[in-house]
Design a protein around this ligand. Structure first.
Ligand code: CO
Length: 502
């Protein structure tokens, strides 16, 4: 059995998987309403085919043998073969009955969530979410885990992530970030009303494209469209699509989604096409993926240097709205820190309290420490404690996110991991890319992209997240980098006196 044969099989699996992704992209962008029914059928058929191929007994044999006789393989090939065998064995643990039950429960749960959210009544959601949580606890047993059952859930989105490490990270969030946000709340507050004037969408669209071009997103290997929820999807590194959302009464929505998805897109475009279908041609994890979007969105896009390069242009698009808003006011306005109820509208600091709360809840659910029926109350108490806000409706509280209805437990922490990795990577980039901030000020983002390509993108999944972080920055993920970044930036924005951090 040869490596080539393994490669061919994985390439074929990828062909189908990317075709499913293409259907998904179409569904979110251009598919007419009536297309939904047969589209669901087409996707289900292809999903069945791809599952069959990924769990095919012959593939299992090829993988076993390849791993047994791996002496002649390169290090990269060895790692690919081992990762694929692990994935294969994991897939095999799912019985057809379990997959079907999960699929049925997901449909039921999603419908109940929609209904409950519309009525802002959590009790409607309780029976099916209870079923989902029970099923997820069974899934953890079926997959097996060391330590905490939540580890089995995390592993699906962030391979090798462990409760033991995340507990340390989120303890830092709870202790350091909560206190820092309190300091900010005590300072003189800034204004962002200008963000909510009328911003016609054609010009927003044009400005967004200019931002993507400046980021060196390759339009010959991608395109941008509009969708309800912005996302990035890829059919190969040579066809990576991003979407954005434009609100005429909120300039932030387009700017942040454009840069954020652009960051995801650059990662996908930077993966090696020669490794198509193989682990070495894939992203490492959701956390690392999110580190790429957030590095561009937060560390670059919400920075002063970036707007020194772009604010005049933006003003020229909307002279009436922005002629009296200075660069300094614009910068402070778009970096407003203010605890709020809804995660996706949160600023880059209080955002992590939203994740902290979901992390604590998911862990407790997996342990069986809290019941689904107690969630609304538990949620509201945590929002009061960490964010100081009173939740007045379930729709804006415990029902705000769709993830649990999809069975995605263990997903939320990857958002915070993304920001923390981003801060650590960006700190390293500043050391290694000569005059990085000056280049950003001049609108020259290529040196940063080249650094990311070289250090992160081109390796695909050769490294694990932890290995990558150590290789790129010299140490494993450390919350200190995010906290330093936050203190440095926001102490200046809010004129806080502070002990100087490096
Ligand atoms: Co993202």
């Amino acid at each position: 059995m040869s490596y080539q044969e393994y490669k061919n099989r994985l390439s074929k699996i990828a062909d189908i998987a990317y075709t499913i992704a293409l259907q998904g992209w179409d569904q979110e962008t251009y598919m007419p309403e009536k297309g939904a029914e047969f589209r669901a059928q087409q996707t289900a058929t292809l999903s069945g085919i791809v599952h069959g191929m990924a769990t095919n007994a012959e593939l299992g044999k090829i993988l076993e043998e390849l791993n047994k006789n791996s002496g002649s393989l390169s290090e990269k090939e060895k790692r690919n073969a081992l990762r694929s065998l692990k994935d294969y064995n994991k897939q095999k643990k799912y019985t057809t009955e379990f997959v079907e039950l999960l699929s049925r429960t997901t449909s039921e749960c999603f419908q109940a969530w929609q209904k409950a959210k519309k009525a802002s009544d959590f009790s409607i959601y309780v029976p099916s979410l209870t079923k989902m949580v029970d099923l997820k606890r069974k899934e953890a047993d079926l997959l097996g885990y060391e330590g905490h059952p939540y580890n089995a859930m995390l592993d699906q989105y962030e391979p090798d992530a462990k409760v033991a490490d995340l507990d340390i990270l989120f303890k830092d969030v709870r202790e350091q970030l909560v206190a820092f946000v309190k300091d900010i709340e005590g300072a003189k507050q800034n204004e962002d009303a200008f963000m909510y004037k009328h911003y016609p969408k054609e010009k927003q669209w044009e400005f967004g494209l200019e931002l993507l071009k400046q980021m060196n997103y390759d339009f010959e290997a991608g395109r941008q469209d509009i969708s309800m929820h912005p996302f990035t999807t890829s059919f190969s590194p040579q066809d990576v699509r991003v979407t954005t959302k434009i609100l005429e009464d909120n300039l932030k929505s387009m700017i942040w989604s454009c840069i954020h998805e652009g960051g995801h897109g650059l990662y996908e475009q930077g993966l090696p096409a020669s490794e198509y279908g193989l682990p070495s041609g894939e992203a490492i994890s959701l956390g690392i993926h999110e580190s790429q979007s957030r590095l561009w969105e937060n560390n670059v896009g919400r920075g002063l240097s970036f707007w020194k390069a772009n604010y005049k242009k933006l003003q020229s698009y909307y002279p009436e709205n922005l002629k009296d808003v200075t660069l300094d006011q614009f910068y402070k306005g778009m970096n407003l820190v203010k605890p709020s109820l809804v995660r996706i509208e949160a600023d880059e600091l209080t955002y992590h309290f939203h994740i902290l709360i979901r992390y604590e809840i998911e862990k407790a659910l997996m342990e069986g420490k809290i019941k689904v029926s107690e969630l609304s109350e538990y949620w509201n108490a945590r929002y009061k404690e960490y964010l100081g806000v009173k939740v007045t409706s379930d729709a804006e509280g415990v029902l705000q996110d769709v993830h649990w209805s999809h069975g995605s437990i263990g997903y939320f922490p990857t958002y915070s991991l993304g920001s923390f990795y981003a801060a650590q990577f960006f700190s390293k980039a500043k050391e290694e890319v000569k005059d990085l901030e000056k280049k950003i000020e001049a609108g020259d983002l290529l040196p940063l992209l080249q650094w990311l390509r070289e250090k992160i993108h081109k390796h695909g999944k050769f490294y694990s997240a932890e290995e990558l972080c150590k290789t790129v920055t010299g140490e494993k993920l450390n919350f200190k980098y995010f906290m330093d970044y936050a203190k440095h930036k926001y102490s200046s924005i809010y004129n806080l006196k502070q002990v100087m951090v490096k």
